[in-house]
Write a protein that binds this ligand. Sequence first.
Ligand SMILES: Cc1ncc(COP(=O)(O)O)c(C=O)c1O
Length: 420
Amino acid sequence: MGDGGDMSELTKPALVGGAKACDFEWPRWPVHGDAERSRLLAVLESGQWWFGERVREFEAAYAAFQGSRFAVTCTNGTTAIEMALRGLGVVEDDEVIVPPYTFIATASAAVTVGAIPVFADIQPDTLCLDPADVARKITPRTKAIIPVHVAGRMADMEAINALATEHRLVVTEDAAHAWGSQWRGRGAGTLGRCGTFSFQVSKNLTAGEGGIMVTDDEELADLCRSFTHCGRRKGSAWYDHDYLGSNLRMTEFQAAVLLAQLERLPEQLARREQNARLLDEGMRDLPGIRLLAPAPDMTRRSYHMFIFRVDAAALGLSRARFIKALQAEGLPVSEGWYRPLYRNGVFANAHVGPQHGIKSPLAAKGVDYREANCPVCEQVCRDAVWIPHPVLLAEEPKIQSAITAIRKVIGQAGSLVGGD
Ligand SMILES: Cc1ncc(COP(=O)(O)O)c(C=O)c1O
């Protein structure tokens, strides 16, 4: 590693006064164009703004895209998990096994339906749920498992499904990052009993907000539809509410935008995959960089973000300093948003009463997460680096500049030691 003694402007890190390796704009997100504009205007002028023909068209198109028989839209990825759990029959005090390296919704959805999240660790080289730890966390009260396909990298569904079969559990995939991801040609969300997706604004397929559940199980699809539609049963009269429901309907405006976004997605997916391959190749030999394990069985991968891990000792730099140096080069990396979910107040204070539906929903359930510890997740939260997906939409020369930035910072780590 260089000691910074003979640095030219091109090799000198921007953080200590060198030229930026990425002195240009990265693609912005979200992307829109005439397709969204004309579809939105058509909805506006039709006067049919409410759940209708375009929502159904989007559901059919998305089911076909993921390879499922049915799809049920809803308001967002959080309510999609909630309705899936309800549809699968998860009830009060059931245990639901979830990973801690994910967005809060994976676990909070279980709490919302009255169940108890149980955290199982992740694998160090996929960042997805570790089936071996899932096996250790199964109890007679376990009802469901929610694997998360983190950043579009699919969890080991074969092992998770085998556990589910052995212990008679249901599996719903949190595929909120996995639009288009496939395992041996099978779409994310179709490997468990069902799978859920988010269309929130940061997501690779977006209408600002929105969610969907896909499944091959018609009865489950009908139940979830009923739940999203105020408890109306398929074919029942308008004011007959046979089941418990809520109003989670998607609007025609959202469906119009999503239909346009879905048309663009295959090309974007291919570009992200190609750029991720370049990043993998460009970083493979670097000291202190730990790339995630290759996934040869994934026939397509969405890359909601590109995540790698760093070894600060081998880098000769703390992760915080490494990230700061890359940001100075113009590469928008971050530590990522995740910290072990069980450290959030809703779980960390679960033992503190009195019970309150919002403030302490778990208080009366006898659970205590203060001892929860998933060491792999803890370590990943300390050493992960995230590159957001809009970067992966850039042209190849910009990706090469990103690689130059990373190589430069690592090569000149000696000049960056110190600072914060
Ligand atoms: C893994 C995961 N699950 C669920 C959700 C919830 O989706 P939404 O924000 O649409 O409610 C998100 C959103 O960030 C997510 O990243």
